[in-house]
Design a protein around this ligand. Structure first.
Ligand code: SF4
Length: 312
């Protein structure tokens, strides 16, 4: 069995930073610290932080007075920031800087008097956070068909922003539909889709040319992992999204000589290693890598935790 690993795969700079914020907060302030929503969409990451003393809540009402509170990498609505401020909760914000960039871009468009359209998936916490950061109503579109159904006059000045973890190709189609629909429209094209999402999508496309089956390691609620699975599948390769090695199904590999593995931006590398180990117990395995991009992105920690970093 030949295993080909997609490069890059797994953790992005925003996820590394978010996890480090929780770990350093635990070191600096001691457990428990409270995290609103899963810090990143991965059960293994969440469980390991829970074991160190992090408590995960969905609503700030579950956070006791004065407890250190961390916002997840997906970002939060303004109302959540305001609630934390009104309760004087000490907050560490782990929102990925690339999500914050989209918030700021949306605010600038609205300040220019444009009606804002967000391309994204309903119910995803990043979408809820972005919509909740903009003072004016934001219109969500998820598909090209949604664009046809928009009840907005075609000469209205509009602008769009996108969720950071979408499929580049799907988004391009929606943007083209928006340009057809509106005469006065501005937006970042697909540049809001973050570097990590784009690189992992390019790598899975390369992988699909080389392998019989693709495994995407990632959580079922991870947007970028789901997009990787769809892109592998659209490229014509059977593609399975699995949380970890326990979900492997031998029937997927019956006629496969070459298996590709990639991982969503919130999936730890240890899960990929476990899967290779599981293969190695059944087959004679060789491992190669197909590289689509080099990544050297790093985001600094919030200031109070940077001091902890410097003190070590
Ligand atoms: S996937 Fe992109 S936007 Fe999301 S945390 Fe990673 S770098 Fe940030």
């Amino acid at each position: 069995m030949k295993v080909i690993l997609a490069q890059p795969r797994g953790f992005c700079a925003g996820v590394v930073r978010a996890i480090e914020i929780v770990e350093r907060a635990l070191q600096k302030f001691g457990p428990p610290v409270y995290v609103r929503h899963e810090i990143v969409h991965n059960k293994h990451v969440v469980e390991s932080l829970k074991a160190k003393g992090a408590r995960f809540v969905e609503d700030l009402s579950e956070v006791p007075p004065n407890a250190v509170t961390i916002f997840s990498a997906h970002g939060v609505a303004k109302s959540v920031e305001e609630e934390a401020a009104s309760r004087n909760l000490p907050v560490l914000n782990a929102t990925c800087p690339l999500v914050t960039k989209v918030h700021n871009q949306g605010k600038r468009y609205v300040a220019q008097g444009r009606r804002l359209i967000l391309i994204g998936h309903a119910g995803h916490p990043e979408v809820e956070g972005t919509m909740g950061q903009i003072a004016e109503p934001v219109t969500l579109v998820q598909t090209e068909n949604d664009v046809d159904r928009l009840d907005i006059p075609s000469d209205t000045p509009v602008a769009y922003v996108t969720q950071t973890t979408l499929s580049v190709d799907d988004t391009r189609g929606i943007i083209a539909a928006l340009h057809k629909r509106f005469t006065n429209i501005v937006g970042p094209e697909t540049r809001d889709i973050c570097y990590a999402t784009q690189n992992r999508q390019t790598a899975v496309r390369e992988l699909s040319k080389l392998v019989d089956v693709i495994l995407v390691v990632g959580a079922k609620n991870s947007s970028n992992s789901n997009r990787l699975r769809e892109i592998g599948e659209e490229a014509g390769t059977p593609c399975y999204l699995i949380a970890d090695g326990s979900e492997l199904d031998a029937s997927w590999f019956k006629n496969a000589k070459t298996v590709g593995i990639t991982a969503g931006a919130s999936a730890p590398e240890v899960l990929v290693e476990e899967i290779i180990d599981a293969f190695a117990q059944r087959y004679a395995v060789s491992v190669e890598t197909v590289s689509a991009a080099e990544e050297g992105v790093f985001f600094p920690l919030p200031r109070p935790l940077r001091e902890t970093q410097a003190a070590e």
